[in-house]
Design a protein around this ligand. Structure first.
Ligand code: URA
Length: 444
């Protein structure tokens, strides 16, 4: 077999055999297939696409390239949850204990944030003492004992994807649905869960800007799940405005705790209930979503989900007192209000700009491995459709100090809001659900 023949076959629109895909990926990992051939292959895929079978084979080849977690010793159907990344997306902090409280074992690997979107691991590390590096035995033991563990993604998880993603980044080949779908799913499959619930974000602050593209990506990932025997469902949710009100690590932990107390923002709570309901169904704890949602609402109302979160924080070395006293979380020394210059209805909130404002304040990283400040960020005072009077707050910046970062963050935050004379209809939070049965648009 030769890489050049495989590239040519794909370039000319042919369908690759599993052995050809494995040859390329294995060779790429060993260094036998050089970057220039892999780049040509990625470009051929970008133009020609892949069948569902080819995409599944690519996913499996990348999942096999490194460590593969075996969760089979943990009883029950283990369900993972993944978000394609959004601004203010703290759903894992709520969904994981909620699903675990309903009896779904959650053994989750999460990543750090980069750019305008945050990462679950950074949020968790804002809890004093919280450890995200867990030895495999401790990780498994914790899932067996309390039904929930979240650890930082090991560097050896799907290394083929890591290498290929870095190459795609510099060869203009990121935007290919089969390449994105296989990239996400390879890491999920290597993480060992039996079933996967995906939160695919769409809108200005998301990777997928249109609903149609988000649905195509979701369909590709659900198809991979079906072909490799991991039941997968995807919820497509709106990212035209940030989720909830808090953006920034400790600020988001606070908001997640409020949601677990039943006092969170409506959009965050609804999305978390929906995602956890899909997990409960895939995990065999409810026969349908109609049965799962009330079950999970009861877990919130009874405080069981909050207690699960407390046990989870304590098990990973964090200070469980933050659950009752969130003021123990890091807090920024300065709070700077951003006021509306005129009266009107909030017509647009640019999630990406607000994510960037939080990043400039120090909540996120412009480059990999940069240090972050857990305390800083942005808290929205308004959501789409709200009415404000001139001088009333649109948001509050939580900053470490003054200076150019503060000025830049204020500029970005001010640009993120657009006010108008009439309220505009905001689109639904949950736009579509994709399962093995197909695509179902919701709340239309
Ligand atoms: N996120 C991933 O993990 N992979 C991609 O290809 C794109 C986004």
């Amino acid at each position: 077999m030769r890489a050049v023949d495989i590239i040519r076959k794909k370039r000319d629109g042919g369908e690759l055999a599993a052995s050809e895909i494995a040859f390329l990926i294995d060779g790429y990992c060993r260094g036998d297939v050089p970057d220039y051939q892999m780049s040509a292959f990625a470009m051929a895929v970008l133009f020609r696409g892949m069948t569902a079978e080819e995409t599944a084979e690519l996913t499996l080849a990348m999942a096999r390239s490194g460590e593969q977690l075996d969760l089979s010793d943990i009883p029950g159907i283990k369900v993972d949850k993944h978000s394609t990344g959004g601004v203010g997306d703290k759903t894992t902090l709520v969904v994981a204990p909620l699903a675990a409280a309903a009896g779904v074992p959650v053994a989750k690997m999460s990543g750090r944030g980069l750019g305008h979107t945050g990462g679950t691991i950074d949020k968790l590390e804002s809890i004093p003492g919280f450890r995200t590096e867990l030895a495999p035995e401790a990780f498994f033991r914790q899932v067996r004992e309390i039904g929930l563990a979240v650890a930082g993604q090991s560097g050896d998880l799907a290394p083929a994807d890591k290498k290929l993603y870095a190459l795609r980044d510099v060869t203009a080949t990121v935007e290919s649905i089969p390449l994105i779908a296989s990239s996400v799913m390879s890491k999920k499959i290597a993480s060992g869960a039996d079933a996967i619930v995906l939160d695919v974000k769409t809108g200005g602050g998301a990777f997928m800007k249109t609903l149609e593209d988000a649905e195509r990506l979701a369909e590709a990932m659900v198809a991979i799940g079906r072909l490799v025997g991991r039941n997968t469902a995807a919820v497509i949710s709106d990212m035209d405005q940030p989720l909830g009100r808090a953006i920034g690590n400790a600020l988001e932990v606070r908001e997640a705790i409020a949601a677990l107390r039943g006092e969170g923002p409506e959009d965050l709570t609804r999305l978390c209930l929906t995602l956890a309901a899909h997990m409960a169904v895939l995990g065999g704890k409810a026969a349908s979503l109609d049965e799962a949602v009330p079950l999970l609402e009861r877990k919130l109302a009874s405080g069981e989900a909050l207690e699960k979160f407390r046990a989870f924080v304590a098990a990973q070395g964090g200070d469980p007192a933050i659950v009752d006293e969130p003021d123990r979380l890091p807090a920024a020394p300065r709070r700077i209000p951003l006021a509306a210059e005129r009266a009107g209805y909030v017509r647009r909130i640019d999630a990406e700009k607000l994510g960037l404002a939080a990043m400039v304040l120090g909540a996120g990283r412009a480059v990999k491995d940069a240090p972050i400040d857990h305390a800083v960020g942005v808290v929205l005072a308004v959501k789409l459709g709200d009415r404000v009077e001139a001088g009333e707050p649109l948001a509050e910046l939580h900053a470490a100090g003054g200076g150019s970062a503060k000025a830049e963050a204020l500029r970005l935050a001010a640009e993120a809001f657009e006010l108008g004379g009439e309220p505009t209809a905001s689109r639904p939070l949950i736009l579509s659900v994709v399962t093995a049965d197909g695509v179902r648009r919701t709340e239309a």
